[in-house]
Design a protein around this ligand. Structure first.
Ligand code: GLU
Length: 448
């Protein structure tokens, strides 16, 4: 089937899955030349096969709140493709979670994981459970109930979940404990575990650090670096704060972080002491706003960070957080580099706009692959029952991100005009990730 026919079909079949269709279209547009030049891809109908998950498991979660009432939530695991390794990808707990969001995330994850060069397939899961305002006991009961259902479908060589929005070390630990309890098996079935019981050093930092390493590689192409670059970060979760921390350590001036309530701006930049304070504040689920009383700066209620002049934007919050009006704002404010720490934070229109304006742009599936890459390293440490040092893993993370950058760049340069002002990382990353998975499927014949 032709790429466009696959999209038409998906639009008809899944009209209520806009995020998924958006992610598929982005890949289709950028791989069309490769698809056309590989007759095996259309003969084996690779694109149609890769846009339908191997399976989606959906289930109900009953859990008891602190008042003794039984609450009900919905849960899913989208096992998208295990062509090049066990299904791998995070679990998201957020009220916006539905099948469309998880299918888009799972689809992206296939190519992101392939880009790391590690043997991991793509999957994603989660629940529409809202962790906000829940007590620790409620979170624990929910995690136990969630994994009591999901444990039947995952395994260290089958499907290895991890964290995502709303799921961090605490939640992974609860789920790991319940899995161990139910199966009598101590294995690397989840990544992002505590470092004392199978978790990997630098896993917590890896997504944010990796995004900044990717940016360093992009700047390096232009013989530039992060020193004194003004950086806008959105979000105040794990990815955002570690991206801010790494950028600040490389002498960038990080001006903003944000959350659903507003934006925190500090013209002097966030240094390590301020970032440590922010981490603690978020850990205790206290408002960002309180920063102003301690360190100064400004709290902009209900606003996003893109109104400030800067050189770099790191959207690290969530999908479609930057629309075309906000992309314009970035351009007017002098932003030259946009690196996606979140998954698909720019809308399709915003991406078209920034590419048209020759802003250097790195898509999430390349730039935020550091997290899942270290998850891959956690899996291998668990398999050989060994721990590796922080320095060793950081070096490996640097190498993996550089490989992703360089392979995406090479693929982009091979198909874009010689005088193009920017490297088309989006096309390059999609071509590399897609080809690795497609070639495996061709080699398998008809099976997944
Ligand atoms: N949720 C992260 C991502 O979007 C990490 C997934 C993992 O470590 O498996 O890539």
């Amino acid at each position: 089937m032709k790429l466009q026919d696959v999209i038409n079909d998906l639009e008809k079949r899944y009209p209520h899955q806009p995020e998924f269709i958006q992610a598929v279209k982005e890949v289709a547009i950028t791989i069309s030349s490769v698809y056309d030049s590989h007759p095996d891809y259309s003969r084996c109908n690779i694109f149609e096969r890769l846009t339908e998950p191997d399976r989606t498991i959906s289930f109900r979660i009953n859990w008891e709140d602190d008042q003794g009432n039984i609450q009900v939530n919905r849960g899913w695991r989208v096992q998208f493709s295990n062509a090049i390794g066990p299904y791998k990808g995070g679990l998201r707990f957020h009220p916006t979670v539905n099948e469309s969001v998880l299918k888009f995330l799972g689809f992206e994850q296939i190519f992101k994981n392939a880009l790391t060069g590690l043997p991991m397939g793509g999957g994603k899961g989660g629940s529409d459970f809202d962790p906000k305002g829940k007590s620790d006991s409620e979170i624990r009961r929910f995690c136990y109930a969630f994994i009591r259902e999901l444990y039947k479908y995952i395994g260290k060589d089958m499907d290895v979940p991890a964290g995502d929005i709303g799921v961090g070390g605490r939640e992974v630990s609860y789920m790991f404990a319940m899995y161990k309890n139910l199966t009598h098996e101590y294995s690397g079935v989840l990544t992002g575990k505590g470092v004392g019981f199978g978790g990997s050093l630098i896993r917590t930092e890896a997504t944010g650090y990796g995004a900044v390493y990717f940016l360093e590689n992009m700047l390096g192409v232009h013989k530039d670096n992060l020193t004194n670059k003004r950086v806008l970060v959105s979000g105040a979760g794990n990815v955002s704060l570690h991206a801010a921390e790494k950028a600040a350590s490389l002498d960038a001036i990080v001006l903003t972080v944000s959350d659903s309530k507003g934006t925190l701006y500090d013209a002097k930049g966030f240094d390590q002491e301020k970032i440590d304070w922010l981490k603690k504040q978020k850990e205790q689920r206290k408002p960002l706003e309180e920063y102003v009383a301690v360190f100064g700066g400004e709290w902009l209620a209900g606003q996003k960070p893109w109104q400030f002049e800067a050189d770099v934007a790191l959207p690290c919050a969530t999908q479609n957080e930057v629309d075309i009006a906000e992309a314009k704002q970035m351009h007017e404010n002098g932003v030259k580099y946009i690196v996606e720490g979140a998954n698909m934070p720019l809308t399709a229109e915003a991406i078209d706009y920034v590419r048209e304006k020759n802003i250097h742009y790195a898509p999430g599936k390349a730039a935020n692959a550091g997290g899942v890459a270290v998850s891959g390293l956690e899996m291998s440490q668990n398999s050989v029952r060994q721990y590796r040092s922080f320095e060793d893993l950081d070096l490996q993370l640097h190498r993996i991100i550089k490989d992703i950058h360089d392979s995406a760049m090479r693929a982009a340069l091979a198909c874009q005009p010689e005088d193009a002002p920017c490297i088309d990382y989006m096309t390059g990353a999609n071509i590399v990730g897609f080809s690795r998975v497609a070639d495996a499927l061709v080699a398998y014949g008809i099976l997944n």
